[in-house]
Each structure stands twice: as structure tokens, then as C-alpha cells.
Write a protein that binds this ligand. Structure first.
Ligand SMILES: Cc1cc2nc3c(=O)[nH]c(=O)nc-3n(C[C@H](O)[C@H](O)[C@H](O)COP(=O)(O)OP(=O)(O)OC[C@H]3O[C@@H](n4cnc5c(N)ncnc54)[C@H](O)[C@@H]3O)c2cc1C
Length: 408
């Protein structure tokens, strides 16, 4: 049995946990930092399985935490990747209405983007065609975001891990939390059958898909639970007669926190379509019945059914438009709203699949749209670190550190 004593313990080595370690180390170089992850390597969950798009900050209501941190966070992460010599595809993004009645949403997104400090403008049909010759805009107009870029998420995490190790951050990997004692600031870990304890001064919980469960061990966040939404991708067959040099996104349904099926070019030259946002049957149910959690799945489907009935937060619209995108013909139909000549044979199944750590507020019966922080006496819990938490990570963690009791 080993005993570790550390000033700061970070639970969860996704982008949020890694960025926390990075910023804490920059700010308080004399603090000892220990990062614990239950997996044997970094990047096994959302942060290593996302689209890699560094969002420009367009979608979020001004005043929200997302709006506060996305624009600066994207700039900082991009600058860091460039300084490290990591691949960054400077490709911008077009947002096009997939139905005429969605055209007016372009004005709303334009307003939000500008209020948030993002560079964004309306474009006409001629410019749209130049930027996405194989794309479609239902109304003839679209939005253009020149600052959006795409990175390779796993490579970003690997380089961060290397830099953190060089700067003396300790990593305890393959170690799951078995018990917590907040009153004496201690964690018990189970590490391949061995147990160990971590005594900490302050703890940050950035465990993504498990964050609400960990928060509850600290007596926090009882009014909410996490609902996992699965993001499946397809690859565009390189022989398909299309060329995408920029991201092409639909106008999203702003009642739900999913951006809709989109086309994303990668720095490695491949082009992906997706992700879906379909109910997953477990928080880590990436394939088939792996990670199945029968009770959670039953509860989740019950929650969806009751919200469908009440139509809280636009659930009926979500069910109609997005819940069944796991079926290839329906996925294809959604993608064809943006790329009309796309055919089933152009889509190659992708190995990539991610699950969103989406928080559900039981009191209001709605999906929580913004990031949410919960604070204990010596702990800070990051709930609902959904998109754009990867993009915004460097600025998001500054906000998290500032609001924690560590900074006071
Ligand atoms: C399909 C998909 C596409 C997305 N696209 C984008 C995008 O293009 N741009 C963008 O900005 N965002 C995107 N996102 C969102 C982004 O991926 C997340 O916001 C971000 O990765 C969250 O990071 P995290 O560190 O909170 O979580 P994670 O990356 O999930 O990390 C949590 C870590 O905690 C560990 N952990 C869990 N339980 C325990 C425990 N008990 N003890 C110790 N460790 C534990 C896990 O092993 C994991 O490593 C996307 C998400 C998905 C699912």
C-alpha cells in the first residue's frame, strides 16, 4: 500500500484535467500536483475521441460560461499547438441552414458570435459556393467563421502529458477511486488490485463521464445526473467526388446542446461526417454491449420518454431529428441536407466514437446547456464539461481555478 501526499490532486486526465495541471503549474510553480486517471493511458474518453474542432465561440448566449471562455480559450490552445509544432488545419467554418425556415437563425448566431468576440460574417450564395462547392444552403445564405481550425486531439494530449511530466507533475494512471474521505482530504485508490491513498490539499474532479458520480461522493450535485449521448462518425471515401477544404455545419437546434451532423476536414487529410447524438446504453458504452449499464439505460430511456411527453427543452424535436441517426439511412439523410450528392457508398464506417458527458437537471427536466461547477470546502467539481470544453480548456481552467477555494 503506497501513500501519496500532494498539494493538489486532479482526478481525470482528459483535456480539462491536463489543462488544470498545466495552468496550476504555471501559476503556482511550488505546488506539488498529482494527476490520477483510472485508465492506463491518457485520452481514452471524450478528449481523445472528439472532432478536434477549435470552435470560434459563435453559438453560446452572451454571459454564459461558454461564451466567456471559448474565444480566448481557442486562441490560447491554437497558439500553444503552433508553438509546439503540432498540426493545426487553418480551415475556417461555414454554417449553412439546412431548411429555409432556419435562415433567420443565422442572424441570431451572428449577433451571439459578435457579442462573444468571435470573428464571423454572413456570406452570399456566390461566396458559399466558392468555399463549399459540394455543399448546400437552403436559403442561399450562410455564416463564415475564418478563425475556426482543426487539431488532432490525441496528439495534443500526448504533448501536454510530456510537458507536464517534464515540469514535475506526477501521474498515477490505471488507478480508480474506491473511496473518498473529504473531511480528512483523502482518496483511496485501487491500482491493479493494489490500494493506495492520496492525501491532498485541494482536489479537482474533472472525470468527465463520471464527474457527477464523484461529486455525489462529496455530497454535491444531487439535483442532476449525467445522460450519455453517443457520437458516431463516418469517414468520407477518398474516392468520393467531393472536396472539402473547410468545416460545414448545419444551423443547430439551440434547444439542445448538440451541433448536428457536420463535415470536418482533418489535418491528416481525411474528412469525417458526424457525430451523431444518440442515447448510449452506458456511460462508456462505445461499441455493442461493451460498458452496458442496464439500470442507467432504463432510467435514461424513461427520462427521455417522460421529457418527450412534456416536450421539455425541445425533446420531441430532438427525438424526431437526431435520436435515430445511428441508423445509416437516417444519418445519410441528415448529411444530405448539407451535401445533396452524398450517397451511401461514399460513407466508410469510422473507428472513432465518442460519448458526451451531458448533464441532465432533474428539477427542470432539461439538458444543462452551460458548464457547471460545484464547490466543496477543499474540492472543485467540473460538471457538464461538454463541447466546447476541449477548445476552451486553457481559459476554462483559469476560471475554475479562480472560483475554487485554492485561489482564495
Ligand atoms: C463526439 C464528440 C465530439 C466533440 N467534438 C468537440 C469539438 O470538436 N471541439 C470541442 O471543443 N469539444 C468537442 N467535444 C467535447 C469535448 O470532447 C469535451 O468537452 C472534453 O473532451 C471534456 O474533457 P474532460 O477532461 O472533461 O473529459 P474526458 O476527456 O472524458 O476526461 C475525463 C477523464 O477522467 C477519467 N476518469 C473517469 N472516472 C475516473 C475516476 N473515477 N478516477 C480517475 N479518473 C477517472 C477518464 O478516464 C478520463 O480520462 C466533443 C465531444 C464528443 C463526445
Amino acid at each position: 500500500m503506497s501513500e501519496i501526499s500532494t498539494d493538489v490532486a486532479i482526478l481525470g486526465g482528459g483535456m480539462v484535467g491536463m489543462a488544470l495541471a498545466h495552468q496550476l503549474n504555471e501559476r503556482y510553480s511550488d505546488l506539488s500536483i498529482t494527476l490520477v486517471d483510472k485508465e492506463p493511458e491518457i485520452g481514452r474518453h471524450s478528449s481523445g475521441r472528439n472532432s478536434g474542432v477549435l470552435h470560434a465561440g459563435i453559438y453560446y448566449p452572451p454571459g454564459s460560461l461558454k461564451a466567456k471562455v471559448c474565444v480566448q480559450g481557442a486562441k490560447r490552445l491554437r497558439a500553444w499547438c503552433e508553438a509546439e509544432g503540432l498540426p493545426v488545419l487553418d480551415c475556417g467554418k461555414v454554417i449553412a441552414p439546412q431548411a429555409v425556415e432556419l435562415d433567420s437563425q443565422l442572424e441570431l448566431l451572428l449577433e451571439r458570435g459578435r457579442a462573444n468576440g468571435a470573428e464571423v460574417r454572413l456570406i452570399d450564395y456566390e461566396e458559399f459556393q466558392e468555399r463549399v462547392p459540394n455543399g448546400r444552403t437552403a436559403s442561399g445564405r450562410a455564416l463564415w467563421s475564418p478563425g475556426t481550425c482543426v487539431v488532432k486531439p490525441k496528439i495534443v494530449l500526448q504533448r501536454l502529458e510530456q510537458r507536464l511530466r517534464e515540469r514535475g507533475v506526477s501521474f498515477v494512471l490505471g488507478a480508480a477511486v474506491s473511496d473518498v474521505s473529504p473531511d480528512i482530504r483523502q482518496l483511496n485508490l485501487n491500482h491493479s488490485g493494489e490500494s493506495s491513498t492520496v492525501s491532498y490539499g485541494h482536489l479537482f474532479n474533472s472525470t468527465g463521464l463520471q464527474a457527477d458520480r464523484i461529486a455525489k461522493l462529496f455530497g454535491l450535485g444531487y439535483d442532476c445526473t449525467l445522460l450519455p449521448f453517443k457520437g458516431l462518425y463516418w469517414q468520407l471515401d477518398p474516392r468520393a467526388p467531393f472536396n472539402f477544404s473547410t468545416n460545414l455545419y448545419p444551423v443547430p437546434d439551440l434547444n439542445v446542446p448538440f451541433l448536428g451532423v457536420h463535415v470536418t476536414p482533418s489535418p491528416d487529410g481525411s474528412i469525417s461526417l458526424g457525430p451523431t447524438a444518440i442515447p448510449a446504453l452506458g456511460r462508456e458504452n462505445y461499441r455493442g454491449l461493451d460498458g452496458l449499464e442496464p439500470l442507467m439505460a432504463l432510467e435514461f430511456l424513461g427520462d427521455l420518454a417522460s421529457q418527450w411527453w412534456r416536450n421539455a427543452g425541445g425533446f420531441r424535436q430532438y427525438a424526431k431529428e437526431q435520436a435515430l441517426h445511428g441508423l445509416k439511412p437516417l444519418f445519410l439523410k441528415a448529411a444530405q441536407a448539407l451535401v445533396p450528392d452524398l450517397r451511401s457508398e461514399h460513407l466508410i464506417p469510422s473507428q472513432k466514437v465518442g460519448i458526451r458527458a451531458q448533464l441532465y437537471d432533474r428539477r427542470s427536466g432539461t439538458l444543462v446547456q452551460d458548464f457547471r461547477l460545484e464547490h466543496g470546502p477543499s474540492s472543485t467539481h467540473v460538471l457538464n464539461a461538454i463541447s466546447p470544453a476541449f477548445t476552451a480548456s486553457f481559459s476554462l481552467v483559469d476560471l475554475i481555478i479562480n472560483e475554487s477555494t485554492l485561489a482564495s
